[in-house]
Structures are given as C-alpha cells and as structure tokens.
Design a protein around this ligand. Structure first.
Ligand code: SF4
Length: 261
C-alpha cells in the first residue's frame, strides 16, 4: 500500500479546500466518498496496471505498522472533495488503466459503491485494497472490482495484538471466504515484522490460508514509512524471514512473492 502524494504539481488542486467547497466536476454522485488523498500515477498498487490511487478516509483499527495513520480518523469534511477526484480522473482517461481504492479502509465508506460505479463509467478498471473487515460491503462492490489486494494480518488468534482492537478477526474470515467464492482476481498479503510474527507464526498462517483455498499470496516485510510505533521502527528486519521458511511457503501457492523495502 503506497502513501498519498498530495503536494506534487498535478494534484495541487486536490489539496484540501480551505472552505470545504471543491465541486469542479458536474456529475458527483449523491453519496460522496471521503477522500484523504490521491496519487495520480502509480505502477505499484495494481499488478501490471498503471493506476491512480484514491485514499479513502477511515479505519477502525490501529496497526502499529500503518503507513497512513493520518487516514484512520474520518473528519466531518472530506479533505479532498470527491468532485475534484472525478475531475482529475476525467483528465487521466487514456493515461492510466485503472483506479485503485485504498486507505484507510475503503469498505468503511458507505459511498464506495457509488464511487466505484462512477470510476467504471469513465472506462477505468477498478482495484481495491482492503483488510476485509466489512465483508457485506466488500461483497457488494466485488462484482465491480477487477483486482483485490486483501490484507491478512496474522493467524486469527493473533489479530488483536496487531490491530489493537478486540475480536478484530471475526469478520475477516468471512471476507476472505467471500473473495475466494467471488472469482475476482486477488492477492492475499501479510505485512510481517519479527516483533509481531515469528517464523512459526508465518508458516502457520500460510498453511491456514492454503487450507482455505488461497492461491495467491505475498509477504511484505515491514517498512518504517509512516509507522508511529517506535518498537517496530527500532527493530532490524535483516535476514527476516529466512530463506528456509520462504522455500517452504512458496510451493503452497500458485503465486508467491516476498516484498522487501
Ligand atoms: S487496517 Fe490498514 S489502514 Fe487500518 S490501521 Fe491497519 S494498516 Fe492502517
């Protein structure tokens, strides 16, 4: 998951409007997405596609490794008016393939479905990053999503220690099952840190996902960017996870990758 670039020249119009009035495009949907930032171009947020990334405000969890903790609260006014986002996307037609909804947790926003429809109406494909915590809304948008990056944070019993929220895994299992049943292209991925996941934990998680029918999996080694957790940022990840573990996990999936900073 990348970090929004709100300050570069192409998006200067997308910085929060001081008066909260931004509407430049004529056809904003009735329900409007709360957008915290936009990256107009990315080659890393949807495999094989050039995209713009829309960072939706709001997430009920508090993962210490979160890259975008400023997006966790939902503010009364949307920092970036959805109408401005649509105006930007209209100018990107022909320049990018798809729009990725990221966050925060995009499925927290009741306007997500309308926003996805609006993006499809412009002719773009749709990518979605989600932690699967709102399975009903996830199921609602899945038919309009071309590719999903689904965060699985740990084995179910290890979730709360990472999210800081009790019983946080309860809805995620249903989310994973709905994704697998939908047939949508996806990648499950886990951000790993030696203080949060032992190698035995990672192996057990991979085995659990394999048993559920997950075919595409990635491990993302912790990056300090944005993290407010000093315990995590101070620790070394050198040599983690080990080659022997990776060699055991790789054959469990049709595709498997390790991402390091
Ligand atoms: S679920 Fe994602 S957006 Fe929410 S706190 Fe965790 S890393 Fe951040």
């Amino acid at each position: 998951m990348s970090v929004p670039t709100l300050t570069s020249a192409p998006v200067s119009r997308l910085n929060p409007a001081p008066d909260g009035v931004g509407g430049l495009a004529p056809s904003a949907p009735a329900l409007t997405l709360k957008v915290g930032g936009v990256t107009p171009f990315s080659a890393t947020d949807y495999p094989g596609q050039f995209t713009a990334v829309v960072f939706v405000q709001g997430c009920p969890w508090r993962c210490g490794y979160c890259h975008n903790p400023h997006l966790q609260p939902r503010t009364a006014r949307s920092p970036v008016p959805w109408s401005d986002v649509l105006a930007l996307l209209q100018r990107r037609v022909g320049l990018i393939d798809a729009v990725v909804f990221s966050g925060g947790e995009p499925t927290m926003d009741p306007a997500l479905l309308d926003a996805v429809r609006a993006v499809r109406a412009l002719g773009f494909g749709v990518g979605l990053h989600s932690a699967g915590m709102y399975p009903r809304r996830l199921a609602e948008v899945l038919p309009l999503v071309d590719w999903l990056g689904l965060d699985v944070k740990a084995s179910w019993q290890g979730y709360d220690a990472i999210t800081g929220i009790s019983d946080s895994a309860r809805q995620v299992r249903a989310g994973v099952e709905r994704v697998l049943a939908s047939g949508v292209a996806y990648e499950c991925r886990t951000t790993v840190h030696p203080a949060l996941h032992s190698e035995a934990d990672i192996l057990a998680l991979a085995q659990g996902l394999q048993a559920m029918g997950v075919r595409h999996y990635a491990l993302q080694v912790f990056r300090a960017t944005g993290s407010r957790d000093a315990r995590l940022t101070a620790a070394s990840t050198l040599g983690y996870p080990g080659a022997e573990l990776l060699a055991r996990i790789a054959p469990m999936f049709d595709s498997f990758s390790l991402r390091q900073a």
